[in-house]
Structure formats: C-alpha cells, structure tokens
Design a protein around this ligand. Structure first.
Ligand code: GEK
Length: 243
C-alpha cells in the first residue's frame, strides 16, 4: 500500500532541492497521482501505443522508470511480440530497489532488466520503443538535445519515442492560466497552499520545462520523421515521435 504524501505539509526551515530519495519512494505513487494531471490516463494508454510500435527481437527502454509503473504498462503492450526485452533505467538507487520488488510481484514472460544509472550515459541499442515518462524535465536543458539524439541513434526505423512532460506555454498569460489550473488540480487532490508552495520552491531548480514547440523542434533536429502531441491536460503533455 502506498503511503500518503505529506512531505511538504509542515513548514520547513529551509527548502532543499527536491531529490528522489527513500522518503519520496515511500509516497511516490500517491505523490505522482495527486500532482500530475493525466498521469493515470497516460499509463492506461501506453500498452496500446507500445503494441503498435514494438518490434520482435528488440529492446524497449523506460528511462527514469521510478517504481516501474510505465515499465509494467509497456510490458502489457509487448506480450504478443516475440523476443522482446525491457530495460528500465533510473539514477535513484532507492527507486530501483523498490521497482525491482514491485516488478517481482507480477508474473510475465517478458524479461525486464533494471539498472541504476544516469539515462544520459545509457547506451540505447536495437530499440523499438523508448519511454521518457516525466523524466526529460529533470535533465539539464543543455543536455537534452544530446540525450534525444543518442536515443534516436539507437532506435530501429519505425520505432517510437514516447515523451511525457510538464510544459511551458509561450504566451505568458496562457502559461499562468495553465499553472493555476494545475494548482487547482492539486488543491482538489488535498494538497494545501503550504504544500503547493514548498514543493514548487523545492522543484524549481531541478525541473526546467520546455515549450511543446521546443520539444517538437528537438525531435525533428534529431531526425524523427513524425511527431505529435497525443494527450494534454493543462500544462502536462504526452508526445510521440516516430523514427
Ligand atoms: C513513471 N517514469 O512512473 N537518469 C536516470 N533517471 C533520472 C535522471 C537521470 N539523469 N534524472 C531523474 N531521474 C515514471 C515517473 S519521475 C517523474 C518518473 C516525477 C529519475 C528520478 O530518479 C525519478 O525516479 C524519475 O526520473 C522522474 O511513469 O517525479 O515527476
């Protein structure tokens, strides 16, 4: 059973940068479901999209896999495809340890390997599907082009890259509106004003968001033939790019 997220519920004397430590692992499913609009809809749709692009004898990567929620959804999507392997990557050791326990609890014929490493250092090869589900936003902006290029280079033709992110609207007034709608979503899910503002302060240095246009230009620059947003709720969007 996942614990209720109360990490930012008491006034903190100073706010440190947010990190994915043991305390976050304990509450992570509750935190992400109550904080990210559309998270569960995206996970529910992943198997369908994965099953369309997965290729026999290929690898599927879940980069920034946290507790393996997207990994499990990807596994559902490749159950009918021969000889696939899923590789889950996260640079938080507590996340990887918990993800391993979580995955061990579900039976499947599809092998899953989990590695604790920086996704920017991960070698991508023979990939038919690569998922970055709310992860690219934690990579420094000056490294993002290189990360996407490295993924593209390791993908097979016809393969799909699935990137979900918090995004910034280029029109400041629309951006403010989307942020307000997101905060209302958090309020409706029981987060207090204090929790919302302390979490915001903790995350602002570690999570820099791009516009949808910046993402799409990056996909194009890397060489992807097609790309589209396939889901959006407020300032949270899921995109698909096909090689
Ligand atoms: C899900 N995809 O449930 N290398 C590897 N992992 C990283 C890096 C990095 N450089 N930076 C951050 N992470 C998941 C949710 S959470 C999203 C992803 C969120 C990892 C970090 O440790 C964390 O587990 C994950 O990316 C981001 O579908 O919390 O908003």
């Amino acid at each position: 059973m996942t614990q209720h997220d109360t990490i930012f519920s008491k006034p903190l004397p100073s706010i440190s940068d947010f990190c994915f430590d043991q305390q976050v692992v304990e509450v992570f499913p509750d935190m992400i479901n109550r904080s990210v609009p559309g998270y569960s809809s995206i996970l529910q749709t992943l198997p369908q999209i994965v099953s369309r692009y997965v290729q026999p004898n290929s690898h599927l990567y879940d980069l920034g896999c946290s507790l393996g929620a997207a990994t499990l959804a990807m596994r559902k999507g490749c159950e009918q495809t021969e000889n696939c392997k899923i590789i889950g990557i996260d640079n938080s050791q507590p996340m990887i340890e918990r993800a391993q326990l979580h995955l061990d609890g579900f039976k499947s014929q599809i092998p899953v390997e989990l590695h604790c490493q920086d996704l920017a250092e991960t070698e991508i090869k023979n990939a038919s599907v690569v998922v970055l589900n709310f992860t690219l936003q934690f990579i420094s902006q000056d490294k993002r082009d290189e990360v996407i290029q490295n993924i593209f280079n390791g993908m097979n033709k016809g393969g799909a890259l699935l990137v979900a992110e918090k995004v910034r609207h280029p029109d400041e007034s629309m951006n403010d509106l989307l942020i307000e709608l997101h905060h209302n979503f958090k309020r409706a899910n029981g987060y207090s004003e204090l929790e919302i503002s302390q979490k915001r302060a903790a995350i602002e240095n570690v999570m820099k968001v791009d516009t949808l246009e910046a993402h799409q230009q990056r996909f194009q620059k890397a060489g992807f033939q097609h790309s589209s947003v396939w889901f959006q709720c407020f300032n949270f969007a899921a995109m698909l790019a096909v090689k």
